[in-house]
Design a protein around this ligand. Structure first.
Ligand SMILES: Cc1cc2nc3c(=O)[nH]c(=O)nc-3n(C[C@H](O)[C@H](O)[C@H](O)COP(=O)(O)OP(=O)(O)OC[C@H]3O[C@@H](n4cnc5c(N)ncnc54)[C@H](O)[C@@H]3O)c2cc1C
Length: 451
């Protein structure tokens, strides 16, 4: 084949070429596939050429940035072309205007550290190696969100290459519907993004970080206290609660407070006074070190566990029945694995934005929740995937929606689940920018029908 008028440009690796095996490794080994070719784009023109080439040759297209996709066939597909932007990594901060332009191949940790050194805040989640390319498009949640909003709430302009290979700029003056859709609509739907412009704020010179650990068997009382406290505590405080598997796991609460240590100690009391913590760190640090404390290294190519995730949003505290479901899950999850439950407090800047103001719909919640099982041997995959999906069924009465960046392909009719009442508008934007549905994956947005 390779019989087209457009030539592939950039760093091109076909199946069988040196570098192919490394190119197809994602953070989650479960998502690795065997694409026909990888294009590591160096410029926007390389992206455009790759899209044109793929269409001339009828090859399915996948965009990839940080390789952290959490479901199958999103950033790789068998026999497809992967347009990988990870070598496009420019970062340009404009201190006067309070904006930063980043190429989409950057990882969140690199942006957060680069900006922190220059006295600015860039939002991040719980892993430094997540790509800004994917995390932004799905929303982008993390411990700073109650102060500065979702990552995508700060997106003010973008550059995207569409299905014809044409470069499109979107901001509030032009293609504003595409900007709206790119703030939570999810990756792989409209085109391949090459550049984002974000507004950024000055960072404080210091802030407080904390990490408290309890034995696993105290998870119920810690969770109950956390749920009563976290959604309404001072909005400068972001809090993540992790509960591991019964065998080999523990309970940790960590996050940051954009204020003093003494105030943080007082604010954290309703949870730190529960049970008998085995470790308690509450520390005031210069802001760049705050970023380092929270973003511990998370290499992409050495992750040995495969995972199945599912996610949702809680509008009220989990009652005892839901906590019982959690316990059953954590008792069955693989011992000493990365399986568990994760909660993040909502409110503040995230909830002040109206659900229809951007594509990210689930603004009115008290907390975000996700759970995952993990395994190493392929023969353990099916039972672990079933465990996560059965748990979703049992938790359904207590959650709403799901987060497109932490997808679960077991969810049927997923459009409304990921996007709530924004789904119809997303379908119209899709019909405008990708009417032939060139960019599609198992749960992508279908174009609205004409008329
Ligand atoms: C360890 C880990 C920690 C995480 N922590 C957080 C967190 O704290 N907060 C949070 O919000 N999310 C978190 N996530 C979820 C994360 O946001 C999603 O997995 C996200 O899609 C990853 O983006 P990526 O660019 O790294 O992944 P990729 O695998 O490169 O891409 C993921 C999806 O986005 C699409 N995409 C990527 N780049 C582009 C582009 N340039 N143009 C168009 N589409 C593109 C892909 O086609 C694919 O559908 C985490 C994931 C992992 C694995």
């Amino acid at each position: 084949m390779v019989n087209s008028k457009t030539k592939l440009t950039g760093k091109v690796i076909f199946r069988g070429d040196p570098g192919y095996e490394l190119a197809r490794k994602n953070w989650d080994p479960h998502t690795d596939r065997f694409p026909k070719v990888f294009v590591f784009a160096q410029t926007t023109q390389d992206v455009s050429n790759a899209i044109k080439w793929a269409r001339e040759n009828h090859v399915p297209i996948r965009a990839r940035s940080g390789r952290h996709a959490l479901e199958n066939n999103l950033s790789q597909v068998n026999g497809g072309i992967v347009v990988d932007v990870s070598e496009m990594k420019k970062i340009t901060l404009n201190k006067k205007k309070g904006t930063v332009i980043v190429e989409t191949g950057n990882r969140v940790g690199r942006i957060a550290r680069t900006l922190a050194k220059q006295g600015f805040i860039a939002p991040f989640g719980d892993s430094p190696s997540v790509g800004i390319g994917g995390i932004t498009l799905g929303g982008g949640i993390g411990p700073l969100q109650r102060t500065i909003g979702l990552i995508s709430d700060n997106l003010i302009e973008l550059e995207m290459v569409d299905a014809n290979g044409k470069v499109i700029i979107a901001n509030k003056h032009q293609n504003s519907d595409l900007l709206w859709a790119s703030r939570g609509g999810g990756g792989g739907n409209f085109g391949i993004y090459t550049r984002y412009k974000f507004k950024v704020r000055r960072s404080p010179s210091t802030a407080t970080v904390y990490k408290i650990t309890w034995p696993w068997n105290q998870f119920e009382k810690v969770l109950k206290a956390w749920q009563r406290w976290a959604p309404s505590v001072d909005t400068r405080l972001g809090s993540e609660l992790n509960i591991g598997p019964k065998k080999g796991g523990n309970v940790t609460m960590e996050g940051l407070f954009l204020g003093s240590k003494s105030e943080a100690i007082r604010l954290l009391k309703p949870v730190t006074s529960v049970g008998t913590p085995t470790q308690s760190i509450i520390q005031s640090l210069p802001y760049p070190e705050v970023v380092n404390f929270l973003l511990v290294p998370d290499p992409v190519l050495t992750q040995k566990f495969s995972n199945q995730f599912s996610s949702g949003f809680g509008r009220c505290p989990f009652p005892d029945k839901a906590i019982k479901v959690m316990r059953e899950f954590l008792e069955k999850a693989e011992p000493n694995s990365t399986a568990g439950f994760f909660f993040l407090n909502w409110g503040g800047a995230v909830s002040r934005v109206l659900p229809k103001a951007t594509a990210f719909y689930w603004r009115k919640a008290q907390y975000y929740v996700e759970w995952n099982s993990s395994w190493i041997k392929q023969s353990d995959a099916a039972k672990n995937i079933a465990l996560v999906r059965n748990t979703r069924k049992k938790l359904q009465p207590y959650i709403v929606g799901s987060y497109i960046n932490v997808p679960d392909q077991g969810i049927k009719n997923s459009g409304k689940v990921y996007y709530g009442a924004n789904f119809p508008r997303l379908r119209r934007v899709k019909a405008k920018y990708d009417p032939k549905n060139v960019f599609r994956n198992p749960q992508s947005i279908p174009p609205a029908r004409k008329g």
